[in-house]
Design a protein around this ligand. Structure first.
Ligand SMILES: [Zn+2]
Length: 119
């Protein structure tokens, strides 16, 4: 979505051009804020942790890891497909590790929500 020009929300023109932080439609003159209609962008206002598909996650959810993840500071790997039960969302996530959980054979760790799918 970053490399494509958005359609004008007013007239549907595909010839909009960026002007500072705004998009401008040359056909109808409409101006709008870039990304205003991209609802899948992570909310910066806290809350709103979403999985790889954009589904909202909540405390107590079960998720599936979608790719192999190295555990920082160890030789352990969380395999893609690993099921993780009873996650807890981290309000002040560091480096995007916004899910706290416990994984069998590994222990307590934090995951990035972008690497899980709601089970
Ligand atoms: Zn337009």
């Amino acid at each position: 979505m970053d490399s494509t020009t958005p359609q004008c929300p007013a007239c549907g023109s595909e010839h909009a051009y960026p002007d500072g932080s705004l998009w401008v439609c040359p056909e109808c003159g409409h101006e709008w804020a870039a990304g205003a209609e991209a609802a899948e962008a992570p909310a910066a206002e806290g809350g709103g942790v979403k999985d790889a598909n954009g589904n909202p996650l909540a405390d107590g959810d079960s998720v599936t890891v979608i790719k192999d993840l190295k555990v920082k500071g160890s030789s352990l790997v969380v395999k893609g497909g690993t099921k993780v039960k009873n996650i807890r969302l981290v309000a002040d996530a560091v480096d995007g590790h916004d899910i706290a959980c416990k994984i069998d054979g590994i222990g307590a760790m934090n995951l990035k929500s972008e690497f899980v799918r709601k089970a």
